[in-house]
Design a protein around this ligand. Structure first.
Ligand SMILES: Nc1ncnc2c1ncn2[C@@H]1O[C@H](COP(=O)(O)OP(=O)(O)O)[C@@H](O)[C@H]1O
Ligand SMILES: O=C(OP(=O)(O)O)[C@H](O)COP(=O)(O)O
Length: 398
């Protein structure tokens, strides 16, 4: 399939330095990984390469650091979590380029696994600067991309390196593309999409095309607030990107033209603080207090979401409906997840969900195994669904 080389084509790797781009952008609370799905999914590629005697050097980003290195965005705790999942030591180097990286790589024995510090501690990573790519490439003989969930980013470690070193798709990259093609390549209609979560500015644009591919788009989570505000609803202190009101309005126009129903929350669970056990109340969406934050959609909206799931033959879902990490703001996400899982078990729904936090939410609801397919990817999965070429995948085909 796919037109790129995989680990089946890689040949002898014993003693070779293999730079493996993985996605370790995992949910973390109080310094602990709260959902290890992304780590579990990269284990096959790491084990296979290490088992063949390669020096496996992991490259990854974590979060969106703005100001260079910081403890908050360090991958060091994730190296420990990765070691736990792999059941073997994972060494860590405090930089992804330069002397620290070179020394750690030089100390590796065949079969060792090393994680390099957050690539986004260098601004040049996101700018895909050739000089930075050269510095990354200096530590490798071969490049493997196993980060499907970051393949929508044309960064040095996700795209640039593939121009510089012999490049292969890892097992998860391969499996994700195969599974998405199987589940959604020719989806049975009606197709209903649920999009929520918090990455409003980076995901809103792709809704413009998504509304042309699906029959209904249910918008929840932080994403909904921008649409509600664009429609003139006062969302108080909720997460909302007011400057994207024009984009939200245009998406609603495009959806109407394409015959795609847009479903926005009719009610919300509001609180004054974003913390566990904060006092909360459910209000009609027109009655959000000026000092309140919508942290979940309300019961009326949940009913509407489950009704849309009942109408769907295919469901695609990225982004939780509320701040599910904090009780009681997990109610809507858990209810929708359980409902979709039940429909899938009954054979009435093909359900495909993805995203680092969405997977964590499905695990929290205890239903991840009941979905037809759970992708590690959120934004990349939606862009794939849009039909947009993913830079990290396209470059592997060259
Ligand atoms: N109404 C809301 N207000 C603030 N944050 C929210 C809201 N709804 C969802 N979120 C947050 O969205 C985050 C997940 O968003 P996102 O990263 O876009 O999803 P994914 O990782 O699945 O792609 C979660 O941390 C969740 O707490
Ligand atoms: O977590 C990720 O994407 P997702 O939130 O869409 O699932 C990827 O690691 C990409 O991260 P980015 O959106 O900061 O580039």
């Amino acid at each position: 399939m796919a037109g790129f080389k995989t680990l089946d084509d890689i040949g002898a790797v014993s003693g070779k330095r293999v730079l493996v781009r993985v996605d370790l952008n995992v949910p973390v609370a109080d310094g602990k990984v709260t959902d290890a799905t992304r780590i579990e999914r990269i284990a096959p590629t790491i084990s296979e390469l290490s088992g063949k005697g390669a020096k496996v050097i992991l490259l990854a980003h974590f979060g969106r650091p703005k100001d260079g290195p910081s403890a908050e965005f360090s991958l060091e705790p994730i190296a420990r979590a990765t070691a736990q999942v792999l059941g073997r030591p994972v060494r860590f180097a405090a930089d992804c380029i330069g002397d620290k990286a070179a020394e750690a790589v030089a100390a590796m024995k065949d079969g060792d696994v090393l994680l390099l510090e957050n690539t986004r501690f260098h601004k040049a990573e996101e700018k895909n600067e050739p000089a930075f790519t050269e510095n990354l490439a200096a530590n490798g003989d071969i490049y493997v991309n196993d980060a499907f969930s970051a393949a929508h980013r044309a960064h040095a470690s996700t795209e640039g390196l593939a121009h510089r070193l012999p490049a292969y798709a890892g097992r998860t990259m391969q499996a994700e593309l195969e599974a998405l093609e199987k589940g959604l390549g020719n989806p049975v209609r009606p197709v209903v999409a649920i999009v929520g979560g918090a990455k409003v500015s980076t995901k809103i644009d792709l809704l413009m095309n998504l509304v042309k591919k699906v029959d209904a788009l249910v918008i929840g989570g932080g994403m909904a607030n921008t649409f509600l505000a664009a429609r003139g609803t006062d969302v108080g202190k909720s997460l909302c990107e007011h400057d994207l009101a024009g984009t939200a309005k245009q998406i609603m126009i495009e959806a109407a033209e394409a015959g795609c129903a847009i479903i926005l929350p009719a009610d919300g669970v509001v609180a004054k603080e974003f913390k566990a056990g904060a006092a909360s109340e459910t209000v009609a969406i027109a009655d959000v207090p000026a000092d309140g934050m919508i942290l979940d959609v309300g019961a009326k909206t949940v009913k509407s979401v489950t009704d849309w799931i009942d109408r769907a033959a295919t469901l695609v879902w990225n982004g939780p409906l509320g701040a599910f990490e904090i009780e009681p703001f997990d109610h809507a996400t858990v209810a929708a997840a359980k409902h979709a899982a039940a429909r899938t078990r009954e054979g009435k729904l093909v359900s495909v969900a993805g995203g680092g936090d969405t997977v964590a939410a499905l695990n929290h609801a205890g239903v991840a195994d009941d979905f037809t397919y759970v992708s590690t990817a959120g934004g990349a999965f939606l862009e794939w669904m849009e039909g947009k070429p993913l830079p990290g995948v396209e470059v592997l085909k060259q």
